[in-house]
Design a protein around this ligand. Sequence first.
Ligand SMILES: [Zn+2]
Length: 273
Amino acid sequence: MAEKGETSAARHPATTSGPMIITDSPSPNYNERFFPTTGGRRAISLIILHYTDLPSAAEARALMQDPTHQACAHYLVDTTGAIERLVPDERRAWHAGRSHWAGEDDLNSLSLGIEIQNAGHRGGAPAYPWAQISAVIDLCRDLCQRHGLDGQAILGHSDIAPDRKIDPGEWFPWEKLHTHGLGFWPNPGMADKAEGLALTDDGIRAHLTACGYNPALDLKTLITAFQRHFVPEAFLDGGNAGHADILTRTRLVDAAHHARARGGALAFPRQSA
Ligand SMILES: [Zn+2]
């Protein structure tokens, strides 16, 4: 394991007590951000959440520090809530891989990546402890503040790479994050339900594209990705992931309206001319 560097403290708002401690665990797996990107955006504008898919944070750290592995996020958050920084925010960490959101193909250049220690689907989908989620909330708030992002600028790896990735998993508490001012969460009304019931497959696809999902992928893959983030009920017993049921349609309509009102996509900030 690499030597632990200096600790750095950052002020953090609201939730818990004491300064947020970030330990440096440098990784070589980054390069410089490329601008302008495909869609022409020019700054760090997203935070992408991942799970490590490994039994321990030590293993995740070792892998991300391995130069032959060529993959790394900016931050690693252990189940205890301990936060490590592997790549400076300014650099382009290699965490997103082949991905797409709202016309952008180089999400690594536009985002910060946070790996959250969790053994993942293969490891039995263990619950995320509150200490860990609380640390993720503090870290996201701090990053949003430092980079001028509003709290909505947060997505999962499965949102931007739905044909390859299923992290941070349908049991990740997105709704809980939203109650702490982070990420979008649907709040549909009766009109959304009526509109959702009437949607054709083409209409569903158009709404998913409006949210930011990759229009080149097949509809079932996109619906499943949307559900993994915004309709976790679809993955419970008796749920029907991949099928656009009424709950999915209703939340999708609300999400698409919200995305359009935001200027073209969920999470991405409004584009300035
Ligand atoms: Zn990931």
